[in-house]
Design a protein around this ligand. Structure first.
Ligand code: CMP
Length: 160
């Protein structure tokens, strides 16, 4: 069964251009519930760690420089089949390929400055959410979220 959570970043250019509100409105209109959110600025070593999967790519240092260039908004989103549904809402990584009406088509400037990030799998959604949030920052209504925080508890509701 597909998971109900995904993780997103509103990237520095979109935050700097005051697009946070419009992007969040699109996310909510797309049927997602925000179960965790904050605005932060990544430090160099944090960006290097978060993007380590890309460390051998030619664009790695530019990616780290960009993602540390200003505040970002990070959030955990809930919807049935969240990862796939969110990737549909944001569109292709390259905004030139993104379908009209998608978040990247509306707010991205380029492949590098592509407005938002969305997790590409349930496992990465869990790892990425865990990278940025403690369990007590994630809420499912008034309760702590059922988003699995460690592998052993992954099938259970987190303790309140
Ligand atoms: P995202 O999927 O959020 O995280 C990795 C980012 O690397 C991706 O968004 C793009 O913004 C960026 N990226 C991917 N491929 C390239 C590329 N060929 N050149 C520059 N940036 C890229």
């Amino acid at each position: 069964m597909k998971g109900n959570y995904t993780f997103t970043i509103i990237k520095p250019t979109a935050v700097r251009k005051q697009k946070t509100g419009q992007i969040l409105a699109d996310i909510i209109a797309g049927g997602f519930r925000i179960v965790a959110m904050k605005q932060i600025r990544l430090q160099e070593h944090e960006a290097q760690e978060f993007y380590r999967v890309h460390r051998d790519k030619s664009f790695y240092q530019q990616l780290v420089d960009f993602m540390t260039s200003g505040p970002i908004v990070v959030a955990v989103l809930e919807k049935e089949n969240a990862v796939e549904e969110y990737r549909k809402l944001i569109g292709s990584t390259d905004p030139d390929q993104a379908l009209m009406g998608t978040i990247r088509a509306k707010y991205a400037e380029s492949l590098r400055h592509n407005a938002v990030h969305g997790s590409d799998s349930d496992e990465n959604a869990r790892l990425e959410a865990k990278f940025f949030f403690s369990q007590r920052e994630i809420f499912d209504g008034l309760e702590f979220s059922s988003l699995a925080w460690d592998e052993k508890k992954s099938k259970n509701k987190a303790p309140a």
